[in-house]
Design a binder for this molecule. Structure first.
Ligand SMILES: Nc1nc2c(ncn2[C@@H]2O[C@H](COP(=O)(O)OP(=O)(O)OP(=O)(O)O)[C@@H](O)[C@H]2O)c(=O)[nH]1
Ligand SMILES: [Mg+2]
Length: 215
């Protein structure tokens, strides 16, 4: 897919209805500072679309972006930010839970982890949560410009072990040099294109729909 248009829609302190809601959604989750907002900017080629910061905990709101007037990208607030107190953590937890429970339009989640570090307990908890909820996800290893090409495969091993995925299922990404952008766009295409039903299943359902003939 090609991104022709990207618009900021709204920032929500708690998930609720917003103008234009109803289109498919893809959400982005990950530790604070992992590069969620930077990924949105690189993906859309709009440097200032999502606010980024070297200070972790920049995005404390649910930010909604409209892409190609076709789907919503949801930038969720990062977790694991050391400096927040218990109250703030509880608020974050409720915000996320409310989002995942209410977002009927959610098709897929991009789970971001820093390629240089082992996933944290929070990353594993998020992964378990998505599996339990039956929400499909793709793991994105961010900031891959920070390590050599040769070191990347090796770095993926602990991520695979912790998040129970295979190395080829992970997209290595860099907001700095654009590595993985095309692969991510392809993934979005796949997510947005519903798989065709295999023919034999189609036939069976056709049959069962047929009204009984009266002799
Ligand atoms: N070298 C490099 N730096 C990156 C990359 N992605 C993000 N950064 C830097 O990492 C910092 C955090 O990036 P953000 O995109 O703001 O991270 P975030 O996940 O949105 O953070 P929160 O909003 O706090 O949850 C910024 O200083 C970015 O410039 C990357 O791919 N490569
Ligand atoms: Mg952010």
């Amino acid at each position: 897919m090609e991104i022709k248009r990207a618009d900021f829609v709204t920032s929500l302190p708690a998930y609720r209805d917003f103008p234009g809601r109803g289109l498919p959604q893809i959400a982005i989750v990950g530790k604070s500072n992992v590069g969620k907002s930077s990924l949105i900017n690189r993906l859309t080629r709009r440097n200032k679309l999502a606010r980024t910061s070297a200070t972790p905990g920049k995005t404390r709101l649910i930010n909604v972006f409209l892409i190609n007037e076709q789907f919503h990208l949801i930038d969720l607030p990062g977790y694991g930010f050391a400096k927040v107190d218990k109250q703030e953590k509880a608020r974050w937890g409720k915000m996320m839970q409310d989002y995942f429970e209410a977002s009927d339009e959610l098709l897929h989640v991009f789970c971001l982890v820093d390629i240089r570090h082992d996933p944290t307990a929070d990353d594993i908890q998020m992964n378990t949560f998505l599996r339990q909820m039956g929400i499909p996800f793709t793991v994105i290893a961010t900031k891959c410009d920070k390590i050599s090409r040769g070191a990347r495969q090796k770095q993926l091993a602990p991520i695979c072990r912790a998040l129970l995925v295979q190395p080829w299922q992970i997209i290595c990404f860099s907001s700095e040099d654009g590595t993985g952008r095309d692969q991510l766009l392809e993934e979005i295409d796949k997510v947005l294109t519903p798989e065709e039903e295999p023919e034999d299943i189609q036939d069976a359902s056709d049959l069962s729909d047929e009204p009984e003939t009266v002799q």
